[in-house]
Design a protein around this ligand. Structure first.
Ligand SMILES: [Zn+2]
Length: 436
């Protein structure tokens, strides 16, 4: 736990003296509440993000221990999102071709969740292993035939895994590298798992996009680091790993897929790496001043959303929410929005129905509640699935003259009846927000 008065950087150990953004305090964003729990108290933890003045890593101090977040009953199953499964399928196909993986190859995925990605590896006839700290998702992976180790990755657990399974030609760490407070030990674990000439790929949200698109609601207790390519390279160096290539992806509002290898075996950084580093520098992300002007943008998002909700209420319009992602809770709690301003929200995930959002106590209902209530406005919380949700909601919401509302990057009120997406809407896919 790193909650003393003297906070230090996870990469370079310098004192953390500068604020990136201070969102006050909030309960854990994935701790959705049962009706009984909603009558009890809950603990709120600070969401005060710092930027290291030495290495520029943007980081949230670990005031809420990771093992209290990723428990045996982690409420998030990747397989509820069809778009996420498709992303995983394309990733596996692309890696097979790029790395020339064969039936002799061994693939390890860290934070493998319910096997949503490794199922494609197994189907392709490759040997694979999942490493996952949450027992319930690991059990779901095993049920679909994916061998899974239940543990947090570090140097010691990685050594144990290598002794029993060997080193991996491909180590996959998608959407986990932001979630590890012990960055040094985790990075050492990744390096330990990786064969001498193996490739590691990491997907993380890109801080450049977070700042550009004001995605401050992606800040929550599960996200300990917010990376640029420059700072992820500095973090990987903790394990003797070097960045060789990078791709920019649209997932989570703008992510990086970073390729790395052991330093001694790494190829020269690709043109894409050089280019992205140059763009980050031009955007001011390689100096402290460029990283410390974010708070005013956050305050502007908050003011606009609150003004809209208060005006809607005064004018007698009804507003319901769509989605119950972690990011929604950051925003709702930071803005102080409760049931008085947002009567309920809905979610595709049946595990969340009949429960209440942490902090705000806003009820989570099945999607059919939107059709029954026919609200004048639907505030869409998982903006990163904007197009998918527009297609899904447009036919019904436009039938009663309702409008869709997005809060970031700036408040946007969309009349689905007047957009092309409504006219051509196909049968809605099953969607559910991807929380990690
Ligand atoms: Zn540092």
């Amino acid at each position: 736990m790193n909650a003393g008065s003297e906070l230090s950087c996870r990469v370079c150990r310098a004192s953390l003296t500068r604020t990136f953004v201070d969102l006050g305090s909030a309960p854990p964003c994935e701790a959705i509440l049962s009706p009984e729990a909603a009558e009890q108290g809950e603990v709120a933890y600070p969401l005060h993000v710092r930027v290291c003045t030495e290495c520029l890593l943007v980081q949230l101090p670990e005031v809420l221990p990771a093992d209290e977040i990723f428990t045996d009953e982690y409420p998030y199953f990747s397989s509820f999102s069809t778009s996420w499964i498709e992303h995983a399928r394309r990733y596996v196909e692309s890696m097979r071709q790029r790395l020339g993986l064969t039936s002799d190859s061994f693939v390890v995925e860290v934070a493998s969740n319910d096997g949503y990605l490794l199922q494609h590896v197994a189907q392709a006839g490759l040997r694979c292993l999942g490493v996952e700290p949450t027992a319930n998702t690991a059990a779901a992976a095993r049920e679909r035939g994916i061998e899974t180790e239940v543990c947090f990755l570090g140097r010691s657990s990685a050594t144990d895994i290598v002794e029993r399974h060997g080193r991996a030609d491909l180590v996959v760490a998608n959407n986990v590298y932001a979630h590890v407070p012990d960055l040094d030990d985790f990075t050492g674990g990744l390096a330990t798992l990786l064969a001498e000439d193996g490739t590691l790929t990491i997907e993380v949200p890109h801080l450049m996009r977070l700042i550009e698109l004001r995605q401050y609601d992606t800040i929550y207790h599960e996200h300990f680091q917010y990376y640029t390519l420059q700072t992820i390279a500095r973090a990987l160096a903790l394990g003797g790993l070097a960045v060789t290539d990078v791709e920019e992806l649209p997932t989570h509002g703008g992510s990086l897929r970073v390729y790395a290898q052991h330093d001694a075996h790494a190829s020269e950084p690709s043109a894409a790496v050089i280019d992205l580093l140059a763009r980050e520098k031009a955007a001011g992300l390689h100096d402290l001043e460029g990283l410390t002007g974010f708070e005013s943008a956050v305050h502007s998002v908050k003011r606009d959303l609150l003004r809209f909700l208060l005006d809607a209420q005064e004018q007698g319009f009804t507003v319901a929410g769509y989605g119950a992602p972690g990011k929604g809770n950051t925003m709702l709690n930071h803005c102080g929005i409760g049931r008085d301003l947002l009567a309920f929200t809905v979610d595709m995930n049946p595990h969340k129905h009949g429960k209440f959002l942490p902090g705000s106590r806003i009820p989570v209902l099945a999607p059919s509640a939107i059709d029954e209530a026919q609200p004048d406005y639907v505030l869409v919380l998982p903006w990163n699935l904007r197009e998918e949700i527009m297609r899904q909601l447009a036919p019904s919401v436009s039938s009663w003259g309702g409008k869709l509302v997005f809060a970031v990057p700036t408040l946007d009120i969309v009349d689905p009846a007047s957009t092309a997406v409504a006219a051509t809407s196909p049968v809605a896919p099953v969607i559910q927000e991807v929380a990690r």
